[in-house]
Design a protein around this ligand. Structure first.
Ligand code: 5GP
Length: 297
């Protein structure tokens, strides 16, 4: 029996060494992935509670693994986020995690551009947006929540998330909406978290919203580009709204009245794009989002 104890120790030590080696290799892999851009710092931070290798990694080592982050920047970030020197990734508090994310996402990956597209009902926003969707899959189109009922052909989760009044009210109360407004008897809103995550990940995001909502975004995200989509003329707008057979006459009348108010708001916007030809207007908007224009337009 006494003879066996050292052997058990040896086994345990060998196992320990093996595990340490595996962990070292996994850490090296994470570092290599970060260095060549296969994983973003945000991806690694997001994995800290599920992936034990990331969880056990010291925050200091994680920072060191980031391209362009040396000793000085590491010290700065640790101090700015009030993270103790020995802290491991799994032990980060909520504020520390957010701070870390902000610091590491800053210089290495610029935030994506946010474009707010507004304009009167009937200016052709949805036609321009459908063409942009088709031609520019790199643009992310925020999917709004609405209490309006789906029109024929509209798909839940693609055109809107169709929700009831109670759910909408709860989302407002819980601060889940970046902006929201009432329009022609229904409520519409932009869920904040997906937009923020996508911008954080460097993606261009487009919000197609009405005037009240655009004004709210102006207050919370003044860096966004605010684009007013104008119809070529008032007559075109009336024709388009009256030609829509999906709406009751009183709804059309209400939309025309709102359109007059919305047209007057054009000077509040950074840019006006006239929707004379859908493809041209779409290209102009793509250009403002910094994505390549289509060769087929
Ligand atoms: P529709 O019912 O025709 O789909 O949309 C009516 C109006 O609501 C349009 O002007 C559209 O741009 C706007 N809208 C759609 N989603 C949102 C949103 O999330 N927030 C705001 N404020 N307006 C929205």
């Amino acid at each position: 029996m006494p003879d066996e104890l050292p052997r058990l120790d040896d086994n345990a030590r060998a196992r320990g060494r093996e595990q340490a080696l595996i962990a070292r290799r996994a850490r090296a892999q994470i570092k290599a992935d970060l260095a060549d851009g296969r994983r973003t710092p945000a991806d690694v931070i997001a994995a800290r509670l599920d992936d034990p290798i990331v969880g056990r990694m010291k925050v200091r080592d994680f920072l060191h693994a980031l391209p362009g982050v040396g000793d000085v920047r590491t010290d700065q970030i640790m101090a700015e986020c009030a993270i103790a020197d020995s802290r491991r990734m799994r032990g980060l508090g909520e504020h520390q995690e957010r701070c870390l994310l902000r610091c590491v996402s800053g210089p290495s990956r610029p935030r994506g551009r946010l474009l707010v597209l507004s304009g009167p009902s009937g200016a052709g926003k949805s036609s321009v947006v459908s063409l942009l969707r088709e031609r520019h899959p790199e643009i992310v189109f925020s999917v709004s929540v609405t209490t309006r009922r789906p029109r024929p052909g509209e798909v839940d989760g693609v055109h809107y998330h169709f929700i009831d009044e109670t759910t909408f009210a709860r989302m407002i109360e819980e601060g889940q909406l970046l902006e929201w407004a009432e329009f022609a008897g229904n409520r519409y809103g932009t869920p904040a978290a997906p937009v923020d995550d996508l911008l954080q990940a460097g993606r261009p995001v487009l919000l197609e919203i009405e005037l009240q909502g655009a004004r709210q975004v102006r207050l919370s995200a003044p860096e966004a580009v605010f684009v007013f989509l104008a119809p070529p003329s008032w007559e075109t707008l009336v024709d388009r709204l009256e030609g829509r057979r999906t709406e009751a006459p009183e709804v059309i009348a209400q939309r025309l009245a709102t359109a007059k108010v919305e047209l007057a708001a054009e000077p509040e916007f950074d840019r006006t794009v006239v929707n004379d030809v859908v493809a041209r207007a779409a290209d102009e908007i793509a250009g403002l989002l910094g994505v390549g224009t289509s060769a087929t337009s």
